[in-house]
Design a protein around this ligand. Structure first.
Ligand SMILES: *[C@@H]1O[C@H](CO)[C@@H](O)[C@H](O)[C@H]1NC(C)=O
Ligand SMILES: *[C@@H]1O[C@H](CO)[C@@H](O)[C@H](O)[C@H]1NC(C)=O
Ligand SMILES: *[C@@H]1O[C@H](CO)[C@@H](O)[C@H](O)[C@H]1NC(C)=O
Ligand SMILES: *[C@@H]1O[C@H](CO)[C@@H](O)[C@H](O)[C@H]1NC(C)=O
Ligand SMILES: *[C@@H]1O[C@H](CO)[C@@H](O)[C@H](O)[C@H]1NC(C)=O
Ligand SMILES: *[C@@H]1O[C@H](CO)[C@@H](O)[C@H](O)[C@H]1NC(C)=O
Ligand SMILES: *[C@@H]1O[C@H](CO)[C@@H](O)[C@H](O)[C@H]1NC(C)=O
Length: 387
């Protein structure tokens, strides 16, 4: 037993109501979203799950270093600091751990469980553990060509003849990053009493499937908490234009990861990617809010793992009221979230339309031999100022 299961672990509110009212609407919403998106138009209506109530999210700060303004995301290494869990006491320590023998994670899990036991009937707390995929071939290509040339030209192609980045796979470095996460979890489960995730949600893009697989496949998990991922369409990266963000078929995913589950309604072919339009940031935030609403309305569990992308984790953080925290490839961020179901209509947020077409290239996107050798000589001689 990794930590006390005494609290009402599977806390939930109005589940019957939720399943009857919200789940069908969420399905309809997903279909609507696809429809509206393919028309190159998006409206708030696509995300309005109901006019009678909505979920409001708050990030509860003071528990993880990542939610502290003074933590620098660029240099932060979660493996060195227990995933960012702050060393502190909780109001529930005295009764749970009178002799001071429990670990930080055990005391934290107990505290979160007490927050749920004492929460009002319209409130719940969850700990979301969000991991970005390891380095993919598209990440390497974007660095190689530079972002302007990537966005205006290369991102629209499937590859360059040497490497392929359509539904980008992990590079050997990316696999290594996922194995670092694997050894982090392996040690933290064995020595730090970290609660194993109770649910696992994964983006359908190949780089996230592989990252989740290498991270969680062969851990010694408690029997009650197996690694049983569910693939969720809305967890994917920004929609459209870039081929690295176009997913493979359900048949292909199933053939690579036969035991993994798909959420209900997951379609054979990619329903959301469009070759001519790129999703706006506000659309992405609304999409991730819809995903969170789905999880918070249908999943009783508290510790929830999500494997996703920099843009979509950033959008989820925004929907959760968390400060900006950009994850480097392979990084992980935990967030303690309070959700409240409030009556009435959600406050209005505007959703910008998707942009049509890629930006035009302002220079030849193909590196000339001279530019490539100049770049090589610059990186070989770091003191060079001839950038
Ligand atoms: C919510 O109300 C608006 C108008 O007030 C209406 O257009 C819309 O269809 C309603 N949405 C739902 C899901 O009932
Ligand atoms: C963190 O920064 C934000 C924005 O700069 C500010 O509004 C907030 O008060 C800061 N929080 C703390 C705890 O300093
Ligand atoms: C918490 O304390 C331990 C030693 O007791 C230390 O190794 C660890 O780095 C500390 N973690 C943080 C996040 O400060
Ligand atoms: C394709 O891109 C990779 C970097 O992503 C680069 O190493 C390789 O040289 C490129 N191939 C061609 C033919 O330009
Ligand atoms: C999944 O992970 C396991 C264990 O690390 C590995 O042996 C297997 O090849 C991986 N599967 C795929 C499709 O990458
Ligand atoms: C999990 O698999 C990776 C490589 O696939 C290996 O390095 C690691 O030791 C394995 N861990 C366990 C607990 O079997
Ligand atoms: C949530 O928990 C209740 C009882 O604790 C259980 O009956 C129900 O099936 C669970 N629902 C889901 C979606 O797991």
């Amino acid at each position: 037993m990794l930590y006390s299961r005494s609290g009402p672990h599977g806390r939930q509110w109005g589940l019957a109501w939720t399943i009857r009212k919200v789940v069908p609407v969420l399905f309809a919403t997903t279909v609507l979203l696809a429809l509206l998106f393919s028309m190159g138009e998006s409206t708030r209506a696509a995300y309005t799950s109901s006019n009678s109530s909505y979920l409001k999210y708050t990030t509860v700060t003071g528990f993880f270093l990542q939610d502290d303004n003074s933590t620098d995301a660029k240099t932060f290494d979660y493996t060195e600091v227990n995933l960012g869990l702050i060393n502190r006491t909780y109001p529930t320590d005295d009764s749970f751990d009178p002799s001071g023998k429990k670990t930080q994670w055990e005391r934290f899990a107990n505290y979160v469980s007490s927050l749920n036991s004492n929460a009002a009937s319209n409130e719940q707390y969850k700990v979301l553990i969000m991991g970005r995929h390891g380095e993919g071939f598209h990440n390497v290509a974007e660095s190689y060509y530079g972002t302007p040339a990537w966005d205006c030209y290369w991102s629209l192609l499937d590859g360059n003849g040497t490497i392929t980045w359509a539904d980008a796979h992990l590079t050997p470095t990316g696999i290594q990053q996922a194995l670092v996460a694997n050894s982090f979890w392996s040690n933290a489960l064995a020595t730090a009493g970290i609660p194993a995730p109770e649910s696992y949600y994964v983006s359908p893009l190949a780089r996230c499937l592989a990252t989740a697989n290498y991270t969680f496949s062969n851990l010694s998990l408690p029997e009650s908490r197996p690694f049983a991922p569910v693939i969720k369409e809305l967890l994917r990266e920004s929609l459209g234009l870039h081929t690295c963000d176009r997913r493979s078929s359900k048949t292909w995913i199933h053939s690579e990861y036969p035991p993994w589950a798909f959420e209900p309604g997951f379609s054979e072919d990619d329903p959301l990617w469009d070759a001519n339009t790129r999703e706006s940031s506000s659309h992405q935030v609304a999409r991730l809010k819809t995903l969170l609403d789905d999880i918070f309305s249908s999943d009783n569990n508290t510790f929830i793992s999500l494997t996703s992308h920099s843009g979509s984790i950033g959008a989820a953080l925004k929907a959760l009221g968390h400060r900006t925290f950009s994850l480097v490839t392979g990084a992980v961020i935990p967030v303690l979230v309070k959700a409240e179901r409030l009556s009435g209509q959600a406050p209005y947020t505007s959703i910008e339309p998707s942009t049509t077409g890629a930006p035009s290239c302002t220079a030849n996107p193909t590196p000339t031999t001279a530019a490539v050798s100049a770049a090589a000589s610059v990186s070989a001689t770091p003191t060079s100022t001839s950038l």
